[in-house]
Design a protein around this ligand. Structure first.
Ligand code: HEC
Ligand code: HEC
Length: 230
């Protein structure tokens, strides 16, 4: 009996979700989001956090002043707004972040549809805990934890800051803009532009992306002063 009611409610919910999306699709020909029953009992907060929230939302929804999406309770408390902003209107992630992929949308829609559970409904708890890789003074770590999350969309070919390459250690060292001067963090553009007193602070305030934390700046300094190796 209970199961039937649950199934009915979720069916009702699915059709509402799908109809509101296909309505938009007629006008804007976006990917039609649908519930994926194969994923229904496997999706969990952990998975959504690892695949979507950490890489695509937290830079602007951590300590940047926008709504905070760093914990399960924060996310659960804003779930209706999240559904609106990501699936219905698609206004999040905000530019300059790239839009969610079709796979992301399906995963998120399915998770919200089954009630946004913290753990998978199939009762397993098999997903590995989210790995917060510690920030280390290597290009690999800095790139993954900072540049990819907070810089690269604008600093990519075809984007507004393509003149300033941040994609590899060599391109930063070779640039005439002195983005990285090995052994001299103080005069490296990477440090100058991200320090709180910068004339043109990076990331730009208007982007809504949180400024670098003091410990992040410190790690970049160490990397540069140690010779800025890969
Ligand atoms: C580049 C920065 C940026 C990124 C990335 C970003 N957001 Fe936002 N978000 C904002 C800003 C700024 C606002 C507040 C102003 C507005 O609504 O446009 C906001 C508002 C919101 C709101 C509240 C909308 C409302 O109606 O009050 C939700 C929910 C939200 N974001 C969810 C997300 C989710 C989920 C992601 C990741 C998939 C995400 N955002 C990624 C900057 C961002
Ligand atoms: C919203 C887009 C945007 C984001 C995000 C962004 N930048 Fe920029 N950045 C720009 C623009 C635009 C310029 C100016 C480009 C030019 O002069 O051609 C710039 C210039 C720079 C410069 C050169 C400053 C100079 O000496 O002229 C550096 C270094 C830089 N950014 C580093 C970063 C870093 C590091 C991050 C991430 C922590 C970042 N940027 C995030 C848009 C962005």
């Amino acid at each position: 009996m209970q199961l039937e009611i649950k199934a009915l409610i979720s069916l009702l919910g699915i059709s509402i979700l799908i109809s509101s999306c296909s309505y938009r699709n007629e006008k804007e020909s976006k990917f039609e989001v649908s519930f994926n029953s194969a994923l229904a009992d496997k999706v969990s907060y952990q998975l959504i956090n690892e695949r979507i929230l950490i890489p695509k939302c937290i830079s602007c929804h951590g300590d940047s002043g926008n709504i905070n999406l760093e914990s399960y309770n924060d996310v659960f408390g804003h779930i209706e707004k999240i559904k609106q902003a990501t699936i219905i209107t698609r206004k999040m992630p905000k530019s300059p972040y790239p839009a969610l992929t079709n796979e992301d949308l399906e995963l998120l829609a399915t998770w919200i549809q089954v009630g946004a559970p913290e753990k998978p409904l199939d009762g397993t708890d098999q997903q590995p805990p989210v790995k917060y890789e510690p920030l280390e003074p290597t290009f690999k770590s800095i790139n993954k934890n900072i540049l990819q999350n907070k810089c690269i969309f604008c600093h990519a070919p075809g984007k507004e800051a393509e003149r300033v390459p941040l994609d590899t250690a060599e391109s930063m060292i070779d640039s005439p803009l002195e983005i990285v001067i090995p052994g001299n963090s103080e005069e490296s553009g990477l440090i100058i532009s991200t320090s709180p007193n910068a004339r043109k602070l990076m990331p730009p305030k208007k982007s809504g992306i949180a400024p670098l934390k003091p410990e992040e700046i410190e790690i970049i300094k160490q990397w540069i002063d140690n010779g800025a190796k890969d």
